[in-house]
Design a protein around this ligand. Structure first.
Ligand code: CP
Ligand code: NVA
Length: 302
């Protein structure tokens, strides 16, 4: 069987993504009912983290344990990755001993190089360009609260970062309209916007963009790796906070999402993230259930 990787949402068909969403909901119900489901016995997931993580690490590690398998945390500080062993060599070696590899890193090309040289599935646990696992959880969360997202209007407020670019892919794969309110100079890749121009639109003003929205999502102004730009970004993004005023433009039953960690008073007002339209805690929990569906899909078939 050919190896399947999950580097972006485009690695799955829309039908497969719907299947994963449904499975995530089923696995959540099984877990809540205390029913064991262990299709990954004797399977190992290597998890390489070149950036920090709370949710991604815990959800993958707990998820593997719940599925009957094992997860291995690898940090560049304690492996030869941090001492310059080429990614291609590391991919060959690590994939000869485990059943799948999750990697969180900087350049997206690193996960592509891993995939090229790995004999097991590679899962993108976040790169500078994409965070597809988060979108599995976001789409499951929307579905659980409001049903199908098809044809709905989603508004992204803030940086055109890895999350924003994953929302662009999601617009295509889950068939919704996406408005992006980002400051000039901080938008997503132009090619990506152009390639999806039938459903993706840049609207600079968050208030205008939020009109009639079904979902509003945002993320930090400075991502991991951009620590030195923090002060400059704070100035550039000052008008890009999801406030009550922004939420009021949206439909009455609109939801608010944030992949977390959040900075209250920067990209989101405390009243919004801690308010009644916010589903951020379900969204975080769903990382576990959605990724268990992903692990089962990628690993149980080998
Ligand atoms: N949302 C997310 O990926 O969180 P972590 O950085 O804690 O993994
Ligand atoms: N855009 C953020 C997401 C963190 C989960 C970052 O890359 O740091």
């Amino acid at each position: 069987m050919t190896i399947r990787h999950f580097l972006t949402l485009k690695d799955m068909t829309p039908a497969e993504l719907q299947q994963l969403l449904k499975r995530g909901i089923e696995l959540k119900a099984l877990h809540r009912a205390g029913k064991a489901h262990a299709p990954l016995q004797h399977k190992t997931l290597a998890m390489i983290f070149e950036k920090s993580s709370t949710r991604t690490r815990i959800s993958f590690e707990a998820g593997m344990a719940q599925l009957g398998g094992h997860a291995l945390f690898l940090s560049p500080n304690d492996t030869q990755l941090g001492r310059g062993e080429p990614i291609e060599d590391s991919a060959r070696v690590i994939s000869s001993m485990v059943d799948a590899i999750m990697i969180r890193t900087f350049e997206h090309e690193i996960v592509e190089a891993m995939a090229e040289h790995s004999r097991v599935p590679i899962i993108n646990g976040l790169t500078d360009d994409y965070h597809p696992c988060q979108l599995l959880a976001d789409m499951q969360t929307y579905h659980e609260h409001r049903g199908s997202i098809q044809g709905k209007t989603v508004v992204w407020v803030g940086d055109g970062n890895n999350m924003c670019q994953s929302y662009i892919n999601a617009a295509k794969q889950y068939d919704f309209n996406l408005r992006i309110a980002c400051p000039a100079g901080y938008g997503p890749k132009k090619e990506l916007v152009h390639a999806n121009s039938d459903r993706v639109e840049i609207i600079r003003d968050p208030i205008e963009a939020a009109r009639g929205a079904d979902l509003i999502a945002t993320d930090v102004w400075a991502s991991m790796g951009q620590e030195e730009e923090q002060r400059m970004r704070r100035r550039a993004f000052i008008d890009y906070q999801v406030t009550e005023a922004v939420m009021q433009q949206a439909n009455k039953d609109a939801l608010f999402m944030h992949c977390l960690p959040a900075h209250r008073g920067e990209e989101v007002a405390a009243e919004v993230i801690d308010g009644t339209q916010s589903v951020v805690w379900d969204e975080a929990e769903n990382r576990l259930h959605a990724q268990k569906a992903l692990l089962e899909f990628l690993m149980a078939r080998n």
